[in-house]
Design a protein. Structure first.
Length: 362
């Protein structure tokens, strides 16, 4: 009887223990799987590590002040923190979340806002060193007016057109290209496909009787991340040379993470890239830039439904030179998965839209 009672109690205890352990094991298994998958993905893309390394290599005045004032996280300590990030199990956790559990000082980085162009999920962010990505677009915000002595020489004369020179075009990231046909999606130090798209837009506008100028100055040859420090000079010079400019366009191509598919729209029965509008809100008159964008998008929706991405992309901490003109816009013609032909078709279609806007506004 005692032995039987002992057996039943042991059997009952065994069942309870088995259930608890099963739940605990399941939970730990899920967590481990997430960590392993996150580690594998991060190692493959180099995302979080590259992102934080990028942050520590940049000069952000506000963050630098905070770092200097935070106990244990002053500038000289960054080397120590970088070393701590690479220790043991903390490495996998850091690659997954951007935080090293063995060094609480790395939690401080969680309070930094990520670059406006870089979506972040599961600790992954755009890798600015990867040509697949547009990467964070940085620009100077300290001075509104560049040094006049550093401005480039006046542009070559352009055909005024029926409405005068009203459209100025330039490319902050000249090296951007399209890899949809198997070619490179960036040509460092050179004018890439995106400059050809700008030329296509200018020529199409002139055929419509709209005067346009396209500046071919290369801005990203020395440092891609500081291209806006150069393009602000070009944009200022364009406005100085052609005071009649009403629309100032910075033409880009977007950058998507690996695994995404290109997006196209039918224009006259052929595939064309979609156009994304980007507005920087660190600009006192950004609402006027936004209003112009919405007017153009409304015209386009009637002429070529779907030509524009339906939602404008906003960047709270950037200007993209739009502070120089109420008609300043940043337009992304497709992404690296599109082809040059598709983006040229989009440029030609957009030229018709812009020509109609100019005619209605004149």
């Amino acid at each position: 009887m005692l032995r039987e009672d002992f057996y039943h109690r042991q059997k009952k205890n065994f069942k309870i223990w088995s259930f608890k352990e099963w739940v605990r094991g399941f939970f730990l298994g899920v967590v481990s799987l997430v960590v392993v998958l996150g580690l594998a993905y991060a190692l493959r893309s180099g995302g979080s590590y590259q992102f934080v390394q990028f942050l520590t290599q940049q000069s952000f005045p506000f963050e630098a002040i905070l770092l200097e004032g935070a106990p244990g996280y002053s500038q000289p300590e960054r080397a120590r923190v970088n070393l701590a990030r690479q220790q043991g199990l903390a490495v996998s956790m850091f690659l997954l979340t951007g935080v090293n559990i063995s060094d609480p000082r790395t939690f401080f980085l969680g309070f930094f806002s990520h670059p406006p162009q870089g979506p972040v999920w599961l600790g992954w962010a755009y890798n600015p060193g990867d040509p697949e990505f547009e990467g964070p677009i940085l620009e100077p915000i300290e001075s509104l007016t560049p040094n006049q002595n550093e401005l480039p020489a006046p542009s070559l004369p352009v055909k005024p057109g029926e409405f005068g020179v009203v459209v100025g075009i330039y490319n902050t990231h000249n090296s951007e290209s399209y890899g949809g046909n198997g070619g490179p999606d960036r040509l460092p130090g050179k004018n890439g496909d995106i400059v050809t798209v700008g030329e296509t837009l200018k020529n199409a506008l002139e055929k419509k009787g709209v005067g346009a100028v396209h500046d071919l100055t290369i801005h990203d040859a020395v440092d891609f991340m500081k291209a806006y420090s150069e393009s602000v000079k070009t944009a200022t010079q364009l406005l100085k040379d052609h005071p009649s400019i009403k629309v100032l366009l910075d033409i880009h191509r977007d950058g998507l993470p690996p695994g995404f598919k290109k997006s196209t729209v039918k224009v006259d029965g052929k595939e064309a890239s979609k156009i994304l509008v980007v507005i920087g809100k660190k600009n006192p008159h950004w609402q006027k830039n936004e209003a112009l964008a919405k007017e153009l998008m409304a015209i386009a929706e009637k002429k070529y439904p779907g030509l524009f991405v339906s939602k404008i992309s906003y960047a709270a901490d950037a200007r993209y030179n739009q502070h120089l003109s109420e008609g300043g816009l940043l337009l992304e013609f497709g992404d690296q998965y599109n082809t040059l032909d598709e983006s040229n078709r989009a440029a030609e279609a957009f030229a018709e839209v812009l020509a109609q806007w100019v005619e209605e506004a004149s």
